[in-house]
Design a protein around this ligand. Structure first.
Ligand code: ADP
Ligand code: MG
Length: 320
């Protein structure tokens, strides 16, 4: 009979995503994993921790939690333009529940395969439910999509509709109901965000700055503005909002979710105007929502170009 932590390791070491291969020379089982980084490339590393009751409701569906924990972490690789290699999983559990672990591992494995990420190691401890995922990727030296490169005159773009995960929160928490098709769409956006890894790689050598939106468009654009020493101007009418979100939340709340909600894991990036046509011709999801101007901070403007109030926190108590 396996001990409980051997049992846990057994679930993860046996998962399809835990097989060595590619840049993973040695995976789970030794004191360290070994990664091969091709000559001329750099290692990109990012960690995310999800705490039960803080970053996700507890209890929740373990399959969905496994998917979401990895998607959130992988999104940082997308934001850097990095090609996925692998990830480690530090898992703190109140108990080793075999059914819970099997479902969690299945969700994790599904997202890992979608993202081409191999599970290369981790740690298992007992305590209140908490997950830490560290992702590793590679990027040609000098081509990572950093936050500090935005230039005055660049376009400000996003990789898709915003606000859906934040708009889904009342559904996630069981505080609201919606038509089945709308609920299904919005809940999927919360529980299985799709890290924009291919878009991130396509933006290498083109975008001047990028990040993934996790704290809301205004707050995250503020990070690019600050790091780059410029101002970002967002045109309210160009912020992409999905039909399901507008139907569920109404236009004003949909916009508030997009501007200040968070959990989108959609890329925001600045792009020299000359790069736009190439990306759009290749069918990449590039939505222009504004531009980079001299100054500092984030400006929100209406169709006539009038500036709308935005608080320092990004949450502007904004009404359409
Ligand atoms: P050590 O004591 O040397 O740190 P552990 O006993 O913690 O090793 O883990 C043994 C092996 O199992 C290591 O390769 C480690 O990376 C892996 N491992 C432990 N927990 C997990 C987990 N939750 N997911 C994936 N791999 C794990
Ligand atoms: Mg250990």
């Amino acid at each position: 009979m396996l001990g409980e932590f051997e049992l846990i390791r057994h679930y993860f070491a046996a998962a399809a995503c835990a097989r060595a291969g590619g840049e993973v020379v040695l995976g789970i089982g030794d004191d360290c994993a070994l990664l091969h980084i091709p000559t001329g490339e750099q290692l990109a590393v990012s960690t995310d921790t999800l705490v039960a009751g803080v970053h996700f409701p507890d209890p929740c569906d373990p399959f969905l939690l496994g998917q979401r924990a990895l998607a959130v972490a992988a999104s940082d690789l997308a934001a850097m333009g990095a090609t996925p290699i692998g990830f480690t999983l530090a898992l703190t559990l109140p108990a080793a529940d075999a059914l819970w672990l099997a479902e969690f591992a299945r969700g994790l494995d599904a997202m890992a395969r979608d993202c081409s990420l191999r599970l290369i190691g981790g740690d298992t401890t007992r305590g209140p439910l908490c997950l830490t995922v560290t992702v590793f990727g590679r990027v040609p030296a000098g081509q990572a999509l950093v936050r500090h490169g935005a230039q005055v005159g660049d376009l400000l773009c996003v990789g898709g509709a915003l606000g859906e995960a934040a708009g889904a929160l009342p559904l996630v928490l069981g505080q609201a109901e919606a038509a089945a098709d709308v609920a299904e769409h919005l809940l999927a956006r919360y529980w299985s965000p799709q890290p924009q890894l291919a878009l991130g790689e396509a933006l290498r050598g083109r975008a001047t700055a990028a990040l993934d939106i996790s704290d809301g468009l205004l707050a995250d654009c503020g990070h690019i503005a600050k790091a780059s020493g410029v101002a970002l101007r967002i045109e309210r009418e160009r912020v992409p909002l999905s039909a399901p979100l507008r139907r569920f939340a109404g236009d004003a709340e949909a916009l508030r979710c997009a501007l200040a909600g968070g959990d989108d894991y959609v890329l925001a990036f600045t792009l020299p105007p000359a790069e736009l046509a190439t990306l759009q011709d290749a069918q990449w999801p590039v939505h222009v929502i504004g531009c980079v101007v001299a100054g500092q901070g984030v400006q929100l403007v209406d169709a006539a170009g009038n500036e709308l109030p935005v608080s320092a926190r990004g949450y502007n108590h904004f009404h359409a």
